[in-house]
Design a protein around this ligand. Structure first.
Ligand SMILES: Cc1ncc(COP(=O)(O)O)c(C=O)c1O
Length: 400
């Protein structure tokens, strides 16, 4: 065969940064170098036992056939109840909810349904890098919305949104709590973003996957809660991955107006029939059951966040930013006088600790590192010791 493989469309796709850095780390480990990872966004909490029991029961009960492709009615009902309970949102489980293979699929489907080739997707910068490839896959173009650090917190304003807008803008993609920077967008900030979307008739894709991991008594607000118009233009994407320690189960959902859900389903059916039927049964149990475990998890993660902040105190040239939600602390390392990718590389090779450089998430991340506290216990303790030692060495090199 003489034709180029893969196709031009696929040649635009990139592995996520986490996967690229994992490869680099594995090569070092294969050479015998011990490493501690403060990199991934995978909570170390196991799936709660009542959810594990539910999946076992479902498999034994023979719930192993094809699922309803839109999602098993019981799970769609549980999603509708969850959205009503936590966000006071009303979605019709018959027409306005789709069960997906995690938020990853929900986001890819939403982009596929909303974008015409050449359309632009406006994204705050820096942001979760895995949004880039599905935008390219559907012929779209990612356009950055500049953010800035105000009061030790990343945010963006109406002026930045307006500056990124062109006649081809079609979608505004929001993620709150916002990976990697940890900002939880306030109701007022969301209202400003939604006013902008309304003024320019944009769709909003709202990735709410870190919704439960919010600290210091803050509240998650979905853009769909703001007004009827906001609800009509929002595709709400969420999953059970982070909230219930279910990253490997691959189950999530979209909530949106019925015509959008119909199109998302049609697109999904070209490559999937949805998560396994028994997985969906257990997901319904997770959403419907006692949420005390989720609240405990949030307390645990807030404690880990504070542990990271303490470990980074008093390092010349390094200022840690206190995240309002999510699983990551951003450290401002501009004071070390090195590009952040170089800081990351030196920490990996010289201090044996794996973190991610901010520019992996866009140019707006220059001068920062993302430090994950998804893993706790001895891993976090050892990782923070090595991180602190590595950063102090770099600070010393600079002042020497
Ligand atoms: C912002 C964001 N969205 C989506 C995902 C992927 O979610 P899922 O496991 O539900 O596919 C991640 C995973 O890290 C994430 O950080």
């Amino acid at each position: 065969m003489s034709r180029t493989l893969p196709s031009a469309r696929i040649r635009q796709l990139r592995p996520t940064t986490v996967n690229r850095i994992l490869d680099e780390a594995r090569q070092l480990q294969a050479q015998g170098k011990p490493l501690v990872s403060l990199m991934r966004g995978q909570p170390d909490a196991p799936t709660p036992p009542h959810v594990v029991d539910a999946v076992e029961r479902a498999v034994r009960a023979g719930r192993t056939g094809y699922p309803d492709n839109q999602g098993e009615p019981g799970l769609r009902q549980a999603v509708a109840e969850k959205l009503a309970r936590d966000q006071e949102l009303t979605y019709d489980p018959g027409r306005e909810i789709l069960v997906t293979d995690g938020a990853t699929q929900g986001i890819a489907l939403a982009l596929g349904v909303l974008l015409e080739p050449g359309d632009e997707v406006l994204l705050p910068d820096p942001i979760y890098d895995a949004y880039q490839s599905p935008i390219a896959l559907w012929g779209g173009r990612a356009v950055s919305v500049a953010s800035s650090i105000r009061g030790s917190r990343f945010s963006f304003d109406r002026a930045a949104l307006e500056a990124s807008h062109t006649a081809r803008s079609r979608v505004l993609l929001l993620n709150s709590p916002w990976n990697p920077v940890g900002t939880v967008l306030t109701r007022a900030e969301l209202a400003e973003a939604l006013d902008f979307a309304m003024a320019h008739d944009l769709w909003v894709i709202s990735d709410e996957i870190y919704e439960a991991l919010i600290y210091d008594g803050r509240q998650h607000v979905s853009p769909a809660q703001l007004s009827d118009d906001a609800r009509q233009r929002t595709v709400l994407v969420n999953s059970l991955s982070k909230t219930y320690g279910m990253t490997g189960w691959r189950v999530g959902y979209c909530a949106a107006p019925a015509n959008v859900i119909q199109a998302l389903l049609l697109l999904m059916q070209q490559s999937s029939r949805g998560p396994a039927t028994f997985v969906q049964d257990a997901a319904a149990v997770a959403l419907r059951g006692d949420q005390q475990g989720v609240r405990q998890l949030t307390v645990e993660y807030q404690g880990r966040r504070d542990q990271v902040l303490t470990a980074l105190q008093g390092i010349p040239g390094v200022a840690a930013m206190k995240p309002e939600g999510g699983l990551f602390v951003i450290a401002d390392v501009r004071g070390l006088g090195l590009p952040c990718d170089e800081v990351r590389r030196r920490l990996l090779h010289d201090a044996g600790v794996v973190v991610i450089h901010g520019t992996a998430y866009g140019p707006g991340g220059e001068g920062t590192l993302r430090i994950s506290f998804a893993a706790g216990g001895a891993t976090l303790e050892r990782g923070l010791e090595q991180l602190r030692a590595g950063l102090l060495r770099l600070a010393g090199d600079r002042s020497a």
